[in-house]
Design a protein around this ligand. Structure first.
Ligand SMILES: [Fe+2]
Length: 161
């Protein structure tokens, strides 16, 4: 199951995004070099991550406070992915052992999330980035990707068991 719904208002998303975007470069791990999330054919994406534990407390608490509830699951951790213009993720399956994921988009017009019906790369489905929009899925073998970002793209990834 994959679903899309509004989660944060424009202003709230903007405020939290500003806090995250103000962080020094040293907070971000280059995922093309550190724990790359490989594509179906071994390709490497280009984006940066910062995990919950690494954020300054003020940001950690602000994000904890907006954690989306998924009934039947418990949120265990979250991570922010930052994709520079032109960066992205190849089609892949998440294999970090979680049972559900929600993706909170922090701005509009930065690109899109793509998933593939029946894992068929010829059947892409598009969900355009929208500030405050939440994508949820609990089908952990869902093949998905992020095509080349149109502007700097921040997404908070909440991980559930
Ligand atoms: Fe993923």
């Amino acid at each position: 199951m994959i679903s899309v719904e509004p989660h944060l208002g424009e202003q709230q998303a903007h405020t939290i995004r500003q806090m995250i975007a103000s962080l020094d470069e040293a907070y971000w791990r280059d995922r093309s070099r550190h724990k790359p999330n490989l594509g179906l054919n071994g390709e490497v994406g280009y984006y940066f991550s910062c995990g919950r534990e690494s954020f300054p407390e003020v940001i950690r608490l602000a994000v904890d406070a907006i954690e989306p509830i998924i009934h039947g699951y418990e949120c265990e951790d979250w991570v922010v992915n930052r994709t520079p213009i032109g960066g992205g993720m190849p089609p892949h399956i998440d294999n970090e052992g979680y049972l559900a994921v929600s993706l909170l988009c922090m701005q509009s017009n930065s690109g899109e999330f793509r998933w593939y019906e029946n894992k068929d790369l010829d059947k892409p489905q598009f969900i355009l980035d929208k500030s405050g929009q939440l994508i949820r899925f609990n089908q952990m073998d869902l093949v998905h990707s992020v095509p080349s970002a149109l502007s700097e793209r921040y997404v908070i990834v909440f991980l559930y068991r």
